[in-house]
Ligand binder design. Structure first.
Ligand SMILES: Cc1cc2nc3c(=O)[nH]c(=O)nc-3n(C[C@H](O)[C@H](O)[C@H](O)COP(=O)(O)OP(=O)(O)OC[C@H]3O[C@@H](n4cnc5c(N)ncnc54)[C@H](O)[C@@H]3O)c2cc1C
Ligand SMILES: NC(=O)c1ccc[n+]([C@@H]2O[C@H](COP(=O)([O-])OP(=O)(O)OC[C@H]3O[C@@H](n4cnc5c(N)ncnc54)[C@H](O)[C@@H]3O)[C@@H](O)[C@H]2O)c1
Length: 453
């Protein structure tokens, strides 16, 4: 067994870990990074970035079909799956080598293998034992085990990204981000898609009225969305050609046949086999338990951030980044004093079209405020139609007393960008009147927000 000593060991190479490792190295610390898979983390390799390539293709097809006969002409518009896969790989293939090389160039020692605790300040990677004053855990999350008979037949999102072709019938288990984003892509490719969600609606973090509008728009595109239905069994036929998905609704047991079943039923922190008890690091089902300073509540030399910590904030890259910035400031301070300043975190599901949200839901806002609810279906607005789109809407919640924005919910082309204007306004306390009095370039989706507030 070989040994090495550092100021800091960073476990993982996703958004949180990379910030902590590089900033600590810039501050002159001796840093080691350990990665169990390819260097680069989920966001760059198996999450946000490759997903955006796929969802852009689906949105492109949708818009072009909407503009057919008005702005463009073509015999048929389709996603070329093989080319799409190759194009996606242009973004993902270089990540691992580039990331590892950039660590090494900075003087960060890199280790490949699964890291586990060998003591409160010790990490084991295979036959190597590393010791450090501080340890940062940024190990992310992975799909939770589908604990139903035949759960192993459901394909994970990592594998979906690598499919070289799509079969005709695809069923998604769960109706969250992953299912809906992939389902929209598969449907625009021409697949027959079924989404089965146990809750009473899909895309739970988003406004129910806008979600309903999106679901209505998706139905004619071969997307069947079944809610209040819990998937209870997946069985494959003997030759592995076809799969039967069993689900329960209030009307009893039902089945759907599929050529492919995809897991979109949630993710859990990646803490298996990490021997956290040996490291005296407290954790639960929802992740590592940290205080306001992102420090382990049980081992003050351990910090954690991102998808692997127990935290009420949404598990997204901006959340991981904010926590990591705080960790960098606290790690070697005499007294950790910095706390994340999340503000309101914008969330976007990159569906067709995109749906976005920031701040309070209508229900939350109406509980404690006198609210003006500004809500409209904007499918007929010129900005939307000029774009070849046919599905858009918004709901903006304004506090009547303070004129401040309590929540903003958008559906439609550009929603994923326009939501950032609300993020800026809300973070800096701008009022609806401030927004109305701002001149935005025209014609743009951004300029539409003056009509929304
Ligand atoms: C399909 C998909 C799409 C997504 N799309 C978006 C999006 O559009 N926008 C958004 O904001 N978020 C999105 N997310 C979520 C986003 O990817 C995560 O919130 C973000 O990556 C979390 O970063 P992290 O720092 O916690 O670590 P991660 O990026 O999860 O990286 C953790 C790293 O740790 C490594 N690791 C795990 N265990 C060990 C161990 N024991 N030893 C060594 N290394 C280990 C892993 O291999 C991995 O490389 C998406 C996620 C998925 C799955
Ligand atoms: N655009 C983005 O920002 C983005 C995209 C993808 C993933 N993510 C992140 O990854 C996380 C995981 O994504 P996800 O889509 O796997 O999870 P999710 O938590 O968003 O949704 C999972 C859904 O599956 C349902 N479900 C669970 N078991 C079921 C069963 N047996 N039958 C029917 N329904 C069932 C749940 O009720 C839930 O609605 C997200 O919460 C988010 O943090 C973000």
């Amino acid at each position: 067994m070989s040994n090495a000593e550092f100021d800091l060991i960073v476990i993982g190479t996703g958004p949180s870990a990379s910030t902590v490792a590089t900033k600590s190295r810039e501050a002159g610390k001796r840093v080691a990074v350990v990665e169990a898979r390819e260097f680069g983390g989920a966001c760059a390799l198996r999450g946000c970035n490759p997903k955006k390539v796929y969802s852009n293709a689906a949105n492109l097809v949708d818009r072009a079909r909407g503009a057919k006969g008005k702005q463009v002409e073509f015999p048929a518009m389709r996603i070329d799956w093989q080319n799409l896969l190759e194009f996606k790989r242009e973004f993902t293939d270089p990540v691992a080598d580039k990331t590892e090389a950039s660590y090494q160039k900075r003087g960060i020692e890199t280790y490949s293998g699964l890291a586990s605790f060998a003591g409160p300040n010790e990490i084991r990677v295979g036959e190597t034992q590393l010791t450090a004053k501080r340890i940062f855990v940024g190990v992310g999350a992975s799909p939770r085990k589908l604990d139903i008979p035949g759960g192993q037949h459901a394909m994970l999102s990592d594998a979906f990204f690598e499919l070289s072709s799509l079969p005709n019938r695809i069923t998604f288990v769960g109706g969250g981000y992953i299912s809906l984003e992939f389902a929209c892509v598969a449907a625009r490719h021409g697949c027959d898609v079924t989404v089965i969600e146990r809750g009473d609606r899909v895309l739970e973090p988003f406004d129910p009225d806008l979600v309903a509008q999106l679901v209505d728009y998706s139905a004619p595109h071969s997307m069947k969305i079944i809610t209040d239905a819990k998937v209870t069994e997946i069985s494959a036929d003997e030759v592995g050609q076809s799969t039967t998905v069993k689900y329960y609704t209030s009307k009893g047991e039902k089945t759907v046949l599929a050529d492919l079943v995809v897991h979109g039923a949630g993710r859990v922190p990646n803490l298996q086999n990490m021997e956290l008890n040996v490291g005296e690091v407290d954790f639960g089902d929802r992740g590592i338990k940290v205080n306001d300073f992102m420090q382990s509540i049980s081992n003050p030399n351990v910090y954690a951030a991102g998808d692997c910590v127990e935290c009420p904030q949404p598990r997204l890259t901006p959340t991981a980044n904010e926590q990591a910035r705080v960790v960098v400031k606290n790690l070697f301070a005499e007294q950790p004093l910095n706390r994340p300043d999340y503000g309101d975190i914008p969330q976007v599901a990159f569906t067709v079209p995109a749906i976005a949200a920031i701040g309070m839901s209508q229900l939350e806002a109406e509980k404690g405020h006198d609210v003006e609810v500004r809500h409209d279906d904007t499918s007929s607005w010129g900005s939307v139609r000029k774009h070849g789109q046919r599905c858009a809407g918004y709901k903006v919640l304004v506090d009547k007393k303070t004129d401040r924005i309590l929540g903003a919910h958008l559906l439609g082309p550009g929603a994923e960008e326009t939501i950032n204007l609300f993020a800026l306004a809300m973070k800096h306390g701008l009022t609806a009147t401030d927004i109305k009095s701002t001149l935005f370039a025209f014609p743009t989706f951004g300029s539409d927000i003056r009509r929304m507030v």
